[in-house]
Design a binder for this molecule. Structure first.
Ligand SMILES: *Cc1c(COP(=O)(O)O)cnc(C)c1O
Length: 404
């Protein structure tokens, strides 16, 4: 029996129905190539010989067991690596899976991390947990001042952790300036690039060692899948993370990878529309009497306007924060009054989403704690979708009329 025959289902006519049911035929594609990405949903692969299986365990080159690697998941990893301009990517079941692989992969007890103050809530919670339970020390910095990073570094610092655009403040971190300080001290730099997507910003080219994504947001884009990816260039560093990723087990389901890849094919078109519409809406919102302030990195007067011009030349993303003059009650009324936009915690979707942190995700915080997180009582986060911009404006305008 040749080795390729051994991969085929047994075709022995003497086999009983019970056996045949368990061994459907395998149809191999020869002479043509599937245009779409094939979905390899199986979690385990079979080998022609014990030696071939043993060789696969040693080399890690072939597919063996999907927690360690799967062809559809590998396609996603290579696709994201290419977009970010990195050599290697590792895919995860969620953005938090990717973030935990970076934090647990690089930090250990007694280690120190310098992180941007306004972080994604889940990341902040993990850092707090690492500090409480594992003795990891955390210093928070603004994300825009290299001297502050230089002053925070210690001999035990193992990581500088930033986000390209922070939530919901839309502050833009000065990745090149901050990464240069950390790298000079031999400290790796990780950047959560979820808000920008690789279409708007490529942190590896700006001095970062690792880029993380919640692929749940812009990369997949259609509110139908959770995913996360880490990308980098250094094979030693990525090898350590892959080793930890296999232990962690937050592996990507092949169908989730397939959905993400399907979404990513229109990422460039979606980002173009997200950015163009967000810029139009940000400018109109800034002129509306019910709106006290608008925070959008592409809008004149944003505190990081100059950084955004350097780092996000192709568009400032699809997330706009606005502060309603009417405060907490106005925020609640507004997010319930929109009709086209949906009240949802996520972002980066083809559909426009709104969030009012003070009455939902941050409802336990008093005014002072809200202010410390960069959130006002009337702050609304708008994740601008790809609907027609005039339909979106009509919806926002009718909702704003209710809080004038
Ligand atoms: C949503 C999000 C995450 C977490 O990703 P999940 O896919 O929900 O686990 C991390 N960082 C940012 C900036 C996010 O928006």
């Amino acid at each position: 029996m040749s080795s390729s025959d051994s991969h085929r289902a047994p075709a022995d006519p003497a086999l009983r129905a019970e056996t045949l049911a368990v061994h459907p035929p395998r149809v191999e594609v020869t002479g043509s190539t599937p245009l779409g990405v094939p979905l390899h949903q199986g979690h385990v692969f079979t080998f022609a010989s014990a030696d071939a299986l043993a060789a696969s365990m040693d080399s890690g080159d072939s597919f063996l067991y999907s927690r360690m690697g799967n062809p559809t998941v590998r396609t996603l990893e290579e696709a994201v690596a290419r977009l970010e301009g990195g050599a290697v990517a590792i895919s995860f079941a969620s953005g938090m899976g990717a973030i935990n692989a970076v934090l647990f992969g690089l930090l250990s007890g007694g280690g120190h991390v310098v992180a941007q103050r306004c972080l994604y809530g889940g990341t902040y919670a993990v850092l707090a947990d690492l500090a409480d339970r594992w003795g990891v020390e955390v210093s928070y910095v603004s994300g825009t001042d290299p001297d502050e990073v230089a002053a925070a570094l210690r001999p035990t610092t193992r990581l500088l952790y930033l986000e390209t655009v922070a939530n919901p403040t839309t502050r833009v971190s000065d990745i090149p300036a901050l990464a240069a300080v950390a790298r000079a001290a031999g400290v790796p730099v990780a950047v959560d690039n979820t808000f920008a997507s690789p279409l708007l910003c490529r942190p590896l080219a700006l001095g970062a060692d690792l880029v993380v994504h919640s692929a749940t947001k812009y990369l997949s884009g259609h509110a139908d899948v959770l995913g996360g990816v880490v990308v980098g260039d250094d094979p030693e560093l990525l090898g350590r993370l892959r080793h930890f990723a296999v232990e962690l087990g937050a592996s990507t389901d092949p169908f989730a990878a397939w959905l993400t890849l399907r979404g990513m094919q229109t990422l460039a078109l979606r980002m173009e529309r997200h950015c163009a519409s967000a810029a139009v809406l940000a400018a109109r919102l800034a002129d509306h009497p019910a709106v006290a302030a608008v925070r959008y990195p592409g809008l004149a007067g944003h505190p990081d306007e100059e950084i955004a011009r350097r780092l996000l030349p192709d568009g400032a993303g699809g997330v706009v924060s606005l502060d309603l003059a009417g405060g907490r009650e106005a925020g609640r009324t507004f997010v319930e009054a929109v009709r086209l936009a949906s009240l949802s915690v996520s972002l980066g979707d083809v559909k426009t989403l709104v969030m009012h942190p003070a009455s939902t995700s941050h409802r336990q915080l008093d005014a002072a704690a809200l202010a410390a997180a960069g959130i006002g009582p009337g702050t609304v986060r708008l994740s601008v979708g790809i609907e027609h911009v005039e339909d979106l404006w009509a919806d926002l305008d009718q909702a704003l009329a209710k809080v004038l």
